[in-house]
Write a protein that binds this ligand. Structure first.
Ligand SMILES: CC(C)(COP(=O)(O)OP(=O)(O)OC[C@H]1O[C@@H](n2cnc3c(N)ncnc32)[C@H](O)[C@@H]1OP(=O)(O)O)[C@@H](O)C(=O)NCCC(=O)NCCSC(=O)C[C@H](O)C(=O)O
Ligand SMILES: [Mg+2]
Length: 291
């Protein structure tokens, strides 16, 4: 079955306790919104945040933005109730933090199903602990509901006792392992957040690095990060024009019984046509979102 192409260039976190941010998000140019019940919510605000988030997720007021609820872990006092409430709200996905095993995913899936989550409610997994990264393949393969890995680079840097650096060498192995596992099992893989809101150049550089590494998009903490992210992770007009040229040239070559062709002096084979087709499909999907 062909998977629907869904732009996930920009996915913005907002604290579940911040009703104003969730209201504002209805008009923001984000491909996805993570309504957070975990780290951005203080313990004494967890239950109120759960009620706000689930009411918003069920409201149908977020247009075609993908809605994801990040629940607390199953080893916390709130995790199970969060999952039950989130499942009833039927968001696009429920995001489980600090995933370290297939068993955790299956436990969450069992709770979701018992609470009436429809088959379209996906499971997203935060990859953010050393053990979780080492188990990335097991987690990716754990359930057909698993649709996306989200890198939690803040927790990861903490657990690795590493440091946040410009080129992110301390976490590059972890990013690569999750990309490998995610791609092997057909998942979306989203890059982690950039914490320095004052450093706009550094932020753009981290988006470009994420794109080059193979991420589908980036998770964000502030609306000001949306526009540069959407731009970096979308195929440019030039990319799309070139992709269309490649597709046409290859079709013409095939009609003449050839399996390869040169475009602008460069060899084009079937794999380049596949890349070109996915760029055009992504550009069309982005266009459709804005109509
Ligand atoms: C970082 C912030 C606390 C800053 O908030 P604030 O001081 O309100 O910023 P501004 O005054 O610049 O805000 C301008 C307007 O934009 C709205 N706003 C701000 N942030 C968001 C947002 N995330 N979503 C939607 N709207 C937002 C403000 O309400 C202002 O609107 P208005 O009043 O109408 O002008 C804040 O940005 C924030 O809370 N960000 C999210 C933090 C968060 O969710 N953190 C947890 C997730 S990150 C993580 O856990 C990663 C992972 O687990 C790991 O381990 O790596
Ligand atoms: Mg985290």
């Amino acid at each position: 079955m062909t998977k629907t192409i869904r732009p996930r260039r920009s996915v913005l976190y907002m604290p579940g306790s911040n009703a104003r941010a969730q209201e504002k998000a209805k008009s923001l140019a984000a491909d996805g919104l993570i309504l957070d019940l975990e780290d951005a919510v203080a313990p004494d605000a967890k239950e109120e945040a759960r009620a706000i988030v689930c009411a918003n997720a069920a409201s149908g007021e977020y247009g075609n933005r993908e809605l994801i609820i990040r629940v607390n872990g199953l080893d916390t006092p709130w995790g199970r109730d969060d999952i039950v409430a989130a499942a009833a709200a039927q968001p696009d996905a429920i995001l489980l933090p600090k995933v370290e095993s297939a068993g955790q995913v299956m436990e969450m899936e069992g709770i979701m199903s018992a609470a009436g989550a429809g088959p379209d409610v996906s499971i997203w997994c935060m990859m953010e602990t050393p053990l979780g990264i080492l188990k990335a393949e097991e987690v990716a393969a754990s359930s057909p509901r698993v649709d996306c890995f989200v890198m939690g680079t803040s927790d990861l840097v903490k657990d690795l006792q590493a440091q946040h650096t410009t080129m992110r060498l301390p976490v590059i192995t972890s990013l690569g392992l999750c990309l490998l596992a995610g791609r092997a099992y057909g998942l979306t893989v989203l890059d982690g957040v950039y914490l320095d809101l004052a450093d706009e150049d550094g932020f753009v550089a981290s988006c470009v690095q994420g794109l080059e590494l193979g991420f589908d998009g980036k998770t964000l903490i502030h609306p000001k990060q949306l526009a540069p992210t959407n731009e970096v992770f979308a195929p440019s007009e030039e990319d799309v024009t070139h992709a269309r040229t490649v597709i046409k040239a290859f079709e013409e070559a095939e009609a003449q019984g050839k399996g390869v062709v040169l475009v602008d002096g460069k060899l084009i084979e079937n794999l380049h046509v596949e890349i070109a087709k996915s760029k055009v499909a992504m550009a069309d999907a982005i266009q459709a979102m804005t109509e």
